[in-house]
Design a protein around this ligand. Structure first.
Ligand code: URA
Length: 227
C-alpha cells in the first residue's frame, strides 16, 4: 500500500468513527448500527446502494441480507467479488416504520438522504473511484442526476461529481421482487451492467497508468462502444 492509499484508508476510518455517532436525522433514533461500508477502500470501483435493511442494521455491514446475497452472486458472475469493490449506501441507517408492532423497511426520505450526504460525499471524495455503480433509482438520483429514470437509463454511462464514469443498475431487492422470467431478465441486466463497469475500470486504469487524461464518460463517447 502506498502512502496515498494509507492516508485514504486512515481518513475513511476517521470518518466512519464520526459517522457512528451521527444524529443528523431521525433515523439515528431507531438504528442498531450505522452501516458505513464494506469491501476494499482502495478499489477503483464503488457500488452505492440505497440504505441498510434489517440484516444490515443488525450486522453493521451493507448488503448482507437476501439482496446482498444476490449482489454477491452477480458480482461473481461478472468476474468480481465483494473484496474487489467498495460497497456503501446513500443512507447509513435503516429507514423503517413501526407497523403493528413490527419494523418495516421503507425508502429513505429526501431529507434523510440530504442529511446523510456528507458521509457519502466524504467517501467518494476520498476514494476518487474510476467507476461508480448505483443500485436503484435513489442511489442514481443522488449520485448521477436528480429524478433518474432507472428503467430507461440503467446501463448507460454518465459522469458524476466524484467520478469520470457512473452507471446505474437494477437494485437486487427489486430483482428479488420480480418473479419468473422478469427475475431472470432483470438479474441478467444486473450482471451485464456489472460486467460493463468492470470493463470500464480496466479501460480507464490503462489510460491512468499511461498518464493519459481521463475525460468524463457519456453516452456519446466512443469509449462506450465496448459493449
Ligand atoms: N439494500 C441496500 O440498498 N443496501 C443495503 O445495504 C442492503 C439492502
Amino acid at each position: 500500500m502506498d502512502a496515498h492509499e494509507q492516508s485514504v484508508e486512515e481518513a475513511l476510518l476517521e470518518i466512519e468513527r464520526k459517522a457512528k455517532s451521527c444524529v443528523a436525522c431521525g433515523l439515528a433514533n431507531h438504528r442498531t448500527n450505522v452501516v458505513f461500508a464494506d469491501g476494499n477502500p482502495r478499489s477503483p470501483l464503488v457500488i452505492v446502494g440505497e440504505g441498510p435493511g434489517e440484516n444490515e442494521d443488525l450486522q453493521g455491514l451493507p448488503f448482507v441480507g437476501r439482496a446482498g446475497q444476490l449482489l454477491d452472486k452477480a458480482l461473481i458472475a461478472a468476474g468480481m467479488a465483494r473484496k474487489h469493490v467498495y460497497i456503501c449506501n446513500v443512507v447509513k441507517c435503516r429507514a423503517a416504520n413501526l407497523e403493528n408492532g413490527k419494523w418495516r423497511n421503507r425508502p429513505p426520505l429526501p431529507d434523510e438522504i440530504q442529511a446523510c450526504n456528507p458521509w457519502l460525499d466524504a467517501q467518494l471524495t476520498l476514494i476518487q473511484p474510476l467507476v461508480v455503480v448505483c443500485l436503484g433509482a435513489p442511489a442514481a438520483s443522488t449520485v448521477i442526476q436528480r429524478n433518474f429514470r432507472i428503467t430507461q437509463d440503467r446501463g448507460k454511462w454518465f459522469s458524476c461529481k466524484w467520478s469520470p464514469a457512473a452507471i446505474a443498475a437494477f437494485h437486487p431487492a427489486y430483482i428479488l421482487r420480480n418473479g419468473g422470467e422478469a427475475y431472470e431478465a432483470t438479474y441478467g441486466l444486473l450482471v451485464q451492467d456489472l460486467k460493463a463497469a468492470r470493463a470500464k475500470v480496466i479501460e480507464l486504469k490503462k489510460l491512468k497508468d499511461q498518464q493519459q487524461p481521463i475525460l468524463p464518460v457519456s453516452e456519446t463517447d466512443p469509449q462506450m462502444s465496448l459493449f
